[in-house]
Design a protein around this ligand. Structure first.
Ligand SMILES: C[S@@+](CC[C@H](N)C(=O)[O-])C[C@H]1O[C@@H](n2cnc3c(N)ncnc32)[C@H](O)[C@@H]1O
Length: 283
């Protein structure tokens, strides 16, 4: 650990930056995780986090425990609206902020399909967004993409009148894929920040969050091994060559469970952490 790394915010910055640099080096065509990466993936992402699945989500249940019909909420990095959409059915107004136009296009389409008129879409990164404060401000599966976690969280807290939530994975997907990563790359992957790093960042900012670790059901299914190859090739930042595809297919064929049409990874559930606190200026 360097002197700088003793500060949680500096350590977070280094973990995210190293990870982004590794991605740029190995798969520059994928684009930045805080921008272009999502542009070509919005429809696929929407399918993987469909609205029906949100209903069983522990985070949605947690949000609903504090949401009132009169509440307003901000969803930072809303994506295709996995939480913004169902929450909008329960509260007065939801502002969904996301820098990806493609993700917001899917969200808008879904909102129209559901007849929701109380969603305000803001096409900007959280760092650049100008939005009015709301009763609840939350961000789900975004923080680990952001190098300056301190500024992101400070702005999130300042935007909340009553409740702030962060939702993030509590078990790095890398752990599952580590043997495959090492097989292809020969070295371990650059580690991303974990929810424990996020708690350390919050404590450094003087925030003592309530922490709840929950289990998310893995609903990801692949129709064929070929579909799984495409998915994991991208996760593993591997080049798009027939040789690599063949080798990965051989490895995945022995690893995936289930039957043709509904193949899945061996993990039935995976943990995630809900961090919650009351904004300090308003306690
Ligand atoms: C993994 S998706 C999560 C989407 C949604 N919150 C969910 O849980 O399904 C990450 C999203 O964060 C957005 N994002 C990335 N960097 C961001 C930033 N600096 N500010 C706001 N959103 C950001 C991406 O465009 C993408 O839609």
């Amino acid at each position: 650990m360097t002197g700088d790394d003793q500060l949680a915010t500096a350590r977070w910055h280094r973990l995210v930056s190293d990870r982004v640099a590794e991605m740029k080096r190995l798969a520059p065509e994928l684009g930045s995780l805080s921008g272009p990466f999502w542009e070509g993936r919005a429809d696929r992402y929407a399918k993987s986090v469909s609205l029906g699945d949100s209903e069983g989500e522990p985070f949605l249940r947690r949000l609903r425990r504090v949401a009132q019909p009169s509440s307003t909420a901000i969803d930072v990095g809303a994506g295709t609206g996995r939480f913004a959409l169902p929450l909008a059915m329960d509260v007065r107004q939801v502002t969904a902020v996301d820098p990806s136009e493609a993700m917001l296009t899917v969200l808008r389409r879904e909102a129209e399909g559901l007849g929701l008129t109380n969603l305000d879409l803001v096409n900007a990164s959280w760092e650049d967004a100008g939005v009015e404060s709301a009763d609840i401000a939350f961000s789900s599966f975004v923080l680990t993409l952001v190098p300056d976690a301190g500024a992101f969280v400070t702005k999130l807290e300042a935007a909340a009148r009553r409740h702030v939530f962060l939702y993030l994975g509590a078990y790095c997907g890398d752990a599952v894929l580590d043997p495959l990563w090492r097989h292809f790359h020969g070295v371990p992957r650059s580690p991303g920040p974990s929810y424990l790093d996020a708690i350390a960042v919050l404590r450094e900012l003087g925030i003592d969050p309530e922490v709840r670790v929950v289990e998310i059901v893995n609903r990801k299914r692949f129709a064929t091994v070929g579909e799984a190859v495409e998915h994991y090739r991208e996760w593993l930042l591997l080049a798009d060559t027939p040789e690599i595809a063949r080798e990965l297919e051989g490895l995945l064929a022995t690893w995936l469970l289930g039957r043709r049409g509904a193949l899945r990874s061996p993990l039935p559930t995976r943990p995630a952490a809900i961090l919650h606190w009351r904004p300090r200026a308003r306690r």
